[in-house]
Design a protein around this ligand. Structure first.
Ligand code: PLP
Length: 330
């Protein structure tokens, strides 16, 4: 990967014929270089998209037909639930199921390993035995921890906005498959719909992959440290952590208590999104309503010092900043 990005939208034909690159909506050099690196991580052929939801949309347009039923993991990323309901006028029906058991009859199965924010894992054996194609979103694991294609899924999906790029400055998504026919169908859908990531985005995601292993390993070590302490804190009712990943979700008493924790944070940023080098925490009910427990807080662990993060969490759980006259206004 060089440090110059080819921003061309078209390239001259060679001897009167299109060469490897002819028009950027189909493929461009930075995109292909990034896709080769992403494909190697997941053990398949990758396609890059301008967001995780663009990847999910392309997967659905390619694999679902009018009248199709899509079985979606309960507690999976809220955006997938919204997208499937958005597509209802196109004749797509969505049923949600507990992904720790077998999926119900469906034309397409959509699981998440682990689910954001409930952090359940799919029953991969049951999913692989299902006759329908299976899409698995492994954003919260990254391909370094879960490679869905190794578990019998047809398509791995990642929001590369999260830990793959890791610095909160690139919006991107990825699909990866080992099925050449499916790859060609996805590529055709992407080219025809024009759901294409820019050269700059591709270059940025590619560049950040060089530090993925180091970032993730340290984020996980800090996450395990925080999980232990959260378990022991009297204000914390439930702690969810799958044993790997930068993402933790835990419950305090109710929505009001969760909101107080949000407003008491110092080091940890009260913002949405996950996987970046800055730790972020938010109450998910603001987006998901009763789809998740009212006191659920989602914490994405970054690269800050572990003790500093725990001091911040501990004081926020006790609302010390809010109580202090010098603290932020309630
Ligand atoms: N999948 C998961 C698990 C996510 O958390 C998100 C976004 O938060 C997405 C997909 C969608 O990705 P993007 O925001 O890049 O469209």
């Amino acid at each position: 990967m060089g440090t110059t990005v080819d921003h061309s939208t078209n390239w001259p034909y060679e001897s009167g014929e299109p060469a490897r690159f002819s028009y950027a909506r189909t493929a461009h050099p930075a995109g292909v270089a990034c896709e080769e690196a992403l494909g190697a991580l997941d053990g398949g052929r990758a396609l890059l998209f301008p967001s995780g939801m663009a990847a999910a949309t392309t997967a659905l347009l390619t694999l679902a037909r009018p009248g199709a039923t899509v079985a979606l993991a309960e507690g999976a990323y809220y955006g997938h639930h919204l997208l499937l309901h958005q597509l209802a006028p196109w004749g797509i029906d969505c049923v949600e199921f507990d992904q720790t058991g077998p999926p119900p009859p469906a034309d397409l199965v959509f699981v998440e390993s682990p689910a954001n924010p409930l952090l359940t894992m799919p029953d991969f054996a049951a999913v692989a035995a299902h006759p329908a194609p299976v899409v698995c979103d492994a954003t919260v694991a990254s391909p370094l921890r879960v490679r869905p294609l190794d578990h019998g899924c047809d398509l791995a999906l990642h929001s590369a906005t999260k830990v793959l790029s890791g610095h909160d400055d690139a919006l991107a998504g990825v699909l990866v498959t080992r099925d050449d026919d499916l790859y060609e169908r996805l590529l055709a859908m992407r080219s025809r719909t024009g759901i294409v990531a820019s050269a700059d985005t591709a270059w940025r995601v590619h560049r950040r992959l060089a530090t993925l292993e180091e970032r993730l390993t340290r984020q996980e070590a800090t996450a395990r440290f925080l999980v232990e302490r959260l378990h022991a804190h009297p204000a914390v009712r439930t702690v969810r952590y799958p044993g790997f990943s930068f993402l933790i979700s835990f419950d305090v008493a109710d929505g009001e208590a969760a909101h107080r924790v949000e407003r008491s944070l110092g080091t940890i940023v009260n913002a949405t999104s996950l996987g970046g080098v800055r730790s972020k925490l938010e109450a998910r009910t603001r987006w998901e309503g009763d789809r998740c427990p009212p006191g659920l807080l989602r914490l994405s662990v970054g690269l800050e010092d572990a003790d500093e993060l725990w001091s911040d969490l501990e004081q926020a759980l006790e609302n010390r900043l809010i109580a202090s006259p010098d603290g932020p206004a309630p």
